[in-house]
Design a protein around this ligand. Structure first.
Ligand code: SAM
Ligand code: DTB
Ligand code: SF4
Length: 328
């Protein structure tokens, strides 16, 4: 028998225990879906989905050894590295993304951390994208508190920095920076008053208990990340994770559902890996409380589900694109 359902309208809590989270994963699939969908309705219109478009503003040649990544210089993935893009070229891409229906523009750079001089160009990109009326997000690696303050000053809305996996599994995937380094960057971003976008990747050979551990790490941050990307590994030839066993679709949907229940007011993003997912699995993810996607033909270095296919899926499911909130 499943445990009795508790009040679904409670405020977000940061005192989740691993046992409570494991118990959610252990619910029957229908019960878990019902609870997640109920929590979703208590906080959001379940027919609305937020759309973020990604661009890689600086590709490849990264000194970190993240075992899943096409952009690490430690692995021969055949990716062509390129320098930081010109501001105008980025803004032209943002305008195209807006015209295609994206409300947020996320700019990613393959850096361990940005140099202060790189931030001048990134701040100009943030200012320009804001002027187009889009929400802005960047992901640049580790940040110091003064760097976070500069990005805030430029008007940055979100900073993406993922915990990626559980604290226990982490060292199997990345050795060049620690979990604590990531937590420190998240603190710098939070303290600067920038919204935090933080999630992880599943399908990297982790155990079920590692998935509990990742949700636990996210849901016990002092403030829940306002945006929680759940990525299914996109396997990249030449990386250590190339042959990792993909997660079954029901386990992926469970991950979305448990993220929704434990972080009820956060946007939960059905992120990388949609290209390999059936429409039915994606529909289950929306039912489980996902209310955001990466939208557009490319992620950073790999293909994404095509935008016109997404629009057709939205139409068939009766979903609409969430409007960006008005600027303060
Ligand atoms: N270099 C910066 C960093 O690592 O923080 C920013 C860019 S990095 C590519 C952003 C995130 O993308 C990673 O933390 C990881 O969660 C996700 N990611 C990268 N490669 C992926 C892959 N092959 N499949 C799924 N997610 C991936
Ligand atoms: C996130 O959690 N996923 C995005 C974004 N944040 C930066 C990146 C996905 C990358 C997928 C592999 C690639 O295209 O290189
Ligand atoms: Fe570099 Fe980011 Fe890729 Fe890690 S995930 S290798 S830090 S670009």
């Amino acid at each position: 028998m499943n445990a009795p359902i508790r009040d679904l309208h409670v405020s977000p809590r940061s005192d989740w225990t691993r046992a409570e989270i494991a118990a959610l994963f252990a619910l029957s699939f229908p019960e878990l879906m019902f609870r997640a969908a109920s929590v979703h309705r208590a906080h959001f219109d379940p027919s609305e989905v937020q759309t973020s478009t990604l661009i890689s503003i600086k590709t490849g040649g990264c000194p970190e050894d993240c075992g899943y990544c096409s952009q690490s210089s430690k692995y021969d993935t055949g990716l062509k590295a390129s320098k930081l893009m010109e501001v105008q070229a980025v803004l032209a891409d943002a305008a195209r993304a807006k015209a295609a229906g994206a409300s947020r523009f996320c700019m990613g750079a393959a850096w361990r951390n940005p140099k202060d001089k790189d931030l001048d160009a990134v701040c100009a990109m943030v200012e320009g994208v804001r002027e187009l009326g889009m929400e802005t997000c960047v992901t640049l690696g580790m940040l110091t508190p003064p760097q976070a303050a500069r990005l805030k000053q430029a008007g940055l809305d979100y900073y993406n920095h993922n915990l990626d996996t559980s604290p226990e599994h982490y060292a199997e995937v990345i050795t060049t920076r620690t979990y604590q380094d990531r937590l420190d960057t998240l603190e710098a971003v939070r303290e600067a008053g920038i919204h935090v976008c933080c999630g992880g990747i599943v399908g990297m050979g982790e155990s079920a208990s590692d998935r509990v551990g990742l949700i636990h790490a996210l849901a016990t941050l002092p403030v829940h990340p306002q945006s929680v990307p759940i990525n299914a590994l996109v396997p990249i030839a030449g990386t250590p994770q190339e042959k990792a066993q993909a997660l079954g679709s029901f386990d992926f949907v469970r991950m979305i559902a448990v993220a929704r229940i434990t972080m009820p007011k956060s946007m939960v993003r059905l992120s990388a890996g949609r290209e390999a997912m059936s429409e039915e699995t994606q529909a289950l993810c929306f039912l489980a409380g996902a209310n955001s996607i990466f939208y557009g033909a490319r992620l950073l270095t790999t293909p994404n589900a095509e935008a016109d296919g997404d629009q057709a899926l939205f139409a068939r499911l009766g979903l609409t694109v969430m409007q960006a909130p008005p600027r303060a």
